[in-house]
Design a protein around this ligand. Sequence first.
Ligand SMILES: [Zn+2]
Length: 96
Amino acid sequence: MLYKNPYCKKVKGSFLLIVSCGHCKTDIAKYQKVGRGNLLRMYIDRIIEGAVDFSKHKGALLCPNCNEQLATRTTLKRKKKEVYIMIRGAFNTRKV
Ligand SMILES: [Zn+2]
């Protein structure tokens, strides 16, 4: 993948997830997911690799292949962390 996060640390109790576009199946990111349940948001600092350069990319997450929107970017005020709020049905995930 194009982007590798140099700041990504291993998160305790996490597992790896590949997030791909729900429209064209292009792999978008390798992500450290914590806890059970569906992926609702992606913390930027837990993205290990990406098909998009997440260090430069600000704003909505678009599929680099088909340009469909997969998520919107926002900052969590309480934690001062940048996250992508995932759009339901626009993406697929699978465990690595
Ligand atoms: Zn796509």
